[in-house]
Design a protein around this ligand. Sequence first.
Ligand code: PLP
Length: 381
Amino acid sequence: MVYLDHAAATPLRPEVIAVVTEHLAAYGNPSGAHAAGRAARLVLDDAREEIGALTGTPAQGVVFTSGGTEADNWAVAGVMAAKPASVANTIIVSAIEHKAVAEACAREAAHRGTTVHVVGVDAEGRVDPRDVASLLSRGAALVSVMAANNELGTVQPVADIAARAHRIAPDAVVHTDAVQTAPWHDLATTTAGCDLVTISGHKLGGLKGTGALLIRRSVPLAPLLVGGGQELGHRAGTQDALGAVAMATALRCAVRDAVEAAATVSRLRDRLRDGLVNGAGAVATISTAPQLPGHLHVHFDGMIADELLFGFDRSGVAASAGSSCASGAIEQSDVLAAIGLAPSAARGAVRFTLGHTTTEAEVEAAIATVSAVVERLRRRA
Ligand code: PLP
C-alpha cells in the first residue's frame, strides 16, 4: 500500500516505538505517593518539560489531553466559561476551522448566546489578518484561527493575528489549532503570541488519543473535566505518562528533522502534484498560498471523490476526501465551500498527504496508480 493520508494519522516514529516499549509495563499512577507513582510522575513531568521547551511554553502550561479535539473543545468552552462579565461575549473564528473548534463555537452560540464572527478566507484558504483586526475593535473574549488547515494545508499568519489581537483587544484570548502545523513547523515562532495552542500526538508520529493544550500565558480558563485536580487543576483524570512520553519523543523527532523533512517532503509533494496534473487531469486547489510541505489538495472535475477513493484504495493507494458521503448524499466540505470551489469541483476533491515515511518510489507508484484509476473511471462514465 502507498499510504498518503499522513494528515489523518502518521506511522509511529521508530524512536516512539522504542520509548513506548521501554515504558509499556510501567503501571504506577502518577498521583501515587510511592516509588511506582513517582516513577510515572517523573516520566510525565519530563515529557511536559520537553514539550514546553520545544514549543515556547512554560512547562506548567503543557496540559495533556486525549487529543486535538479535546484541546480545541476545551479552549473554546473553557475561555467562554471563565470570561469576566466585562468582556464581550464574542468569538472570532475563521471560516475553515476544524469542526472541533467550529462546533464548540456553535455550542457557545446556542447555550450562552455568544456572538460568533466568522472571518472569510480567499480562494486558497487564506485569512487576512486585517479582517480579524477590524472585528476586534468591537471586543472579543476569544480569537481562534488555525495555524494550518487540515484539508488544504494552507498556512495562516497566526503570529500576526495574535499581535494585532493583543494590541486592539487586550482582553481577548488567542487560540490556535496547530495540530497540522506541529509535525512541520517550529511552533515557538509560527504561533508566537498565541495564548493557547492545540497539538495532537498521533499527527506527530506519537500515539492516538494523546494531545495537549499549551497555555503560554495565564488566561481565564475553566477546566472541561473536573474531579481530581490533576494537571494543576486544569484537567481531572489519571494522567497518561506513556502517551505523554510518546508525544514528547515524536515532537523532538519532528523538530530535529524539520528543515530536511520540509525540503524532501515538499519536493515529493510537488512531484506528485505535477504527475497527477499531467497524468490524471487533476487540478491543484492551491497554487500560491503558503502550504504545509506534506499537503496536496486536488480536484478531478466532474468526478466523485468517494468513487475515486474506493478505486485508489482497491489499487493500493490510501488518500482522503474533502467531502463526505452521508446517507447516499455527497456533502460538500465547509472548507471547500468557504474557498468558493464550485460544487462540481468540490465533489471530486481529494487530499493526498505525505509524511515522514513517504518515499520517491511511493510517489511514482501513486502517480501511475491514480492515473490508471482515473482513466478507468472516466472511460466508464
Ligand atoms: N484539529 C485539526 C486541524 C485536525 O486535523 C484534527 C484531526 O484531524 C483535529 C483537530 C483533531 O485531533 P484529534 O484527532 O487528536 O482529536
